[in-house]
Design a protein around this ligand. Structure first.
Ligand SMILES: Cc1cc2nc3c(=O)[nH]c(=O)nc-3n(C[C@H](O)[C@H](O)[C@H](O)COP(=O)(O)O)c2cc1C
Ligand code: SF4
Length: 649
């Protein structure tokens, strides 16, 4: 099938290398790091998947070049550690054997060394070096690098680059953005030096130039070097796009691709990793501006996942290459689907930050919609079965859909019954929130894939034991989900009370001042959405904080969005009565208050449909309960359990 995206799929030559399309796999830190900072086979497999999925290149990342002054959370490529060489060699090989170009990102954290260490106690003993003396916001002192140290680090970039080429990488990325060391030198905010490395832009760029000269000397002409930079630092005192353009101009003769990202990690992740509240491709204009002023290929990155948008970016000349990180974890096969004209089968990234939240806590990587991520070696691949069975899936939410699809892909005969008149379960309601649209899209695409895989989908069919016995399945996967909790508050059944999960049907009824009962993720998101529409919103939480169920990367973004939308968040507050146009609550001290509330949104949590699920326990030789009907949780758990239930049949 021909692609609908000819520009996106057109090969591009850079230096001596031809890339098979314009879709690059942006750097993503690997799954696990060994105790001696090496890449192991699980990380190799983590990167290999994106090469299999059709990306033009795959950038393995977090290779620190100078552990003596960095010692961050990253990997290390070093001749004195044999494990480091073989791990990198296997990774380059695993990427290359699927037709993708293996690239390695060389980096140095500078004064932010150790920021993302899983073992925070190790941070205490670390030395932090940056361009200038100072103190980090977390109180750690920073020492200015001496000229001798700078020379040593520059040399280390060259040595690591030579090793990277030797072990099989066919291009390199030098990380000069996101607030790490090279960016710190470029930044007037961090760089207060008075020697030849500070002051004028030419001086601030000297370190980057020396690094790139050393890397070029190590790899030779024609070997692509990609320089990752922030087009603008996006904070007061940092450099802006005008300076970003000048930086690009100063560096372009030394590199082959300018890769334009944005922002700085230390100022939050919503710019560097555009959050669900920012537009897809919100950084493209930075690349487009830089492209006007340089003559080498420019790459753009940030919240990209829509093939039509990416096609337009390339076709209109805003950038030559598009890069994706999260979109290729959610669906590593996105590039192949685009190349094959099957873009309606792409499973979208939710921008939920699950993939970033686990690593600093549990040192693992996972994805909300792709259960394989971070577990590539765990025998999780979908293997066809020798003896196909009849599988009944009860419930068409994301967990049930994933289960049905996986079972069908394995060759089972699958019947999926959904009690309502459409698929998607709790996810379909997310269609109403623009920043959660992908959640509904994910369920929609899973439904389409189920249809194409031959799943017999029966809507308006509740699976009772009688229905199950009639179908006579060999296996049942029970994914009947959860229902909203309706607390016994006087007035709760009034017409102006709308459940958060029925918002997609009744959003038009909401008017005036809004009170949201329930400060979990769903209540918080509803409050933000109403705030965006100009309503005066009060969010009531019985807990000590709002959105306690959000992950550590997502939560700060939600909190700042609540602030942005001027939502009044009341914690330790319990609703006591809902009146006509008002709501009463008790605060932490037991004092009673009444506020104006023309509409009340109920987001007091979910209760498992346990009884419905338990009723099916004896209806087949294999029965597995998954997702919310076991315990209300989230799409990650529902999807993972659905997938594995289908693999276990
Ligand atoms: C889980 C994860 C790990 C990442 N690790 C790195 C990294 O090691 N080095 C780096 O330069 N960028 C890293 N990034 C940033 C991405 O390369 C990319 O700039 C960012 O995610 C925005 O692109 P996206 O919207 O396509 O995800 C990481 C992103 C994610 C989601
Ligand atoms: S975990 Fe969430 S943000 Fe990360 S890739 Fe998966 S869907 Fe996207």
């Amino acid at each position: 099938m021909p692609t609908n995206h000819p520009h996106l799929c057109e090969p591009i030559r850079v230096g001596n290398v031809v890339f098979r399309n314009r879709m690059f796999s942006a750097p993503v830190g690997g799954a696990e790091i060994t105790a001696d900072c090496c890449i192991d086979r699980s990380t190799t497999a983590f990167y290999e998947l994106r090469a299999q999925g059709g990306a033009a290149n795959v950038t393995a990342s977090e290779c620190m070049v100078h552990p003596a002054t960095d010692a961050s959370h990253a990997f290390h490529l070093n001749t004195t550690q044999p494990g480091s060489l073989s791990g990198f060699a296997h990774t380059a090989d695993a990427i290359m054997r699927h037709g993708a170009i293996p690239s390695l990102e060389l980096s140095h954290s500078g004064q932010f060394a150790g920021t993302y260490l899983t073992d925070k106690s190790k941070k205490e003993g670390l030395a932090q070096f940056g361009p200038s003396d100072g103190t980090r916001t977390d109180g750690h002192p920073v020492k200015a690098l001496t000229k001798a140290q700078i020379d040593d680090i520059v040399a280390a970039y060259g040595q690591t680059a030579a090793l990277a080429k030797r072990v099989g990488f066919q291009m390199l990325m030098v990380h000069g953005g996101h607030g790490w060391l090279i960016n710190q030198f470029l930044s007037p905010y961090f760089n207060k030096r008075t020697d030849e490395y500070g002051g004028s832009l030419e001086n601030r760029a000297r370190f980057a130039c020396e690094v790139l000269n050393a890397v070029r000397a190590a790899v030779g002409k024609g070997f692509p070097i990609e320089f990752r930079m922030s087009g603008s630092e996006f904070f007061e005192g940092g450099y802006d796009l005008d300076e970003g353009v000048r930086i690009a101009q100063l560096l372009e003769s030394r590199v082959d691709i300018l890769h334009v990202s944005a922002g700085s990690y230390q100022r939050g992740f919503s710019i560097t990793h555009p959050s669900q509240f920012r537009a897809h491709g919100c950084n493209v204009y930075l690349a487009a501006e830089i492209k006007k002023h340089v003559s080498i290929p420019v790459a753009t990155v940030g919240g990209l996942n829509d093939p039509d948008q990416m096609e337009e970016i390339i076709a209109s000349g805003q950038a030559d290459i598009v890069e994706m990180a999260r979109a290729l974890m959610a669906d590593p096969f996105l590039p192949r689907k685009v190349m094959a004209g099957a873009d309606d089968e792409i499973l979208p990234c939710l921008r939920c930050f699950v993939c970033m939240a686990e690593r600093p806590v549990t040192a693992t990587r996972s994805c909300a919609v792709n259960p394989v991520i971070g577990r590539e070696l765990d025998g999780t691949e979908v293997v066809p079965v020798l003896n196909p069975k009849r599988v009944l899936v009860a419930g068409g939410g994301p967990g049930g859909l994933k289960a049905a699809l996986t079972a069908a892909e394995r060759g089972h005969e699958v019947i999926l019954c959904e009690a309502e008149d459409s698929l998607g379960g709790i996810s379909k309601g997310e269609v109403v929130l623009p920043f959660k649209r992908e959640m509904a899209d994910n369920a929609r695409v899973l439904g389409l894939l189920c249809e194409r895989a031959g799943v017999d989908i029966r809507l308006n069919t509740r699976v009772t034991p009688e229905v199950a016995r009639e179908i006579a399945p060999d296996a049942i996967i029970v994914a009947v989900g959860s229902e909203s909790i309706v607390p016994p508050i006087p007035g709760i059944n009034s017409l102006h009370v709308i459940g958060a999960t029925e918002l997609y049907l009744r959003a038009d009824e909401a008017k005036g001042d809004i009170a949201v009962i329930g400060g979990g993720l769903s209540g918080t998101e509803a409050a933000i959405w109403f705030g965006m529409q100009g309503h005066k919103v009060t969010l009531l939480s019985m807990e000590t904080e709002v959105a306690p169920d959000a992950n550590i990367r997502q939560r700060p973004i939600l909190l700042s969005e609540l602030e942005e939308q001027q939502v009044t968040a009341l914690t330790q507050s319990t609703c006591t009565k809902i009146g006509e146009g008002s709501l009463s609550y008790k605060d932490a001290d037991g004092a009673e208050h009444t506020i104006k509330a023309d509409t009340v949104i109920l987001a007091a949590g979910q209760r498992a449909r346990r009884a419905d699920a338990d009723a099916l326990r004896d209806c087949a030789p294999f029965v597995r309960l998954i997702g919310d009907c076991v315990r209300p949780s989230n799409v990650t758990i529902a999807t993972t359990q659905g997938y594995h239930a289908a693999l276990d049949i």
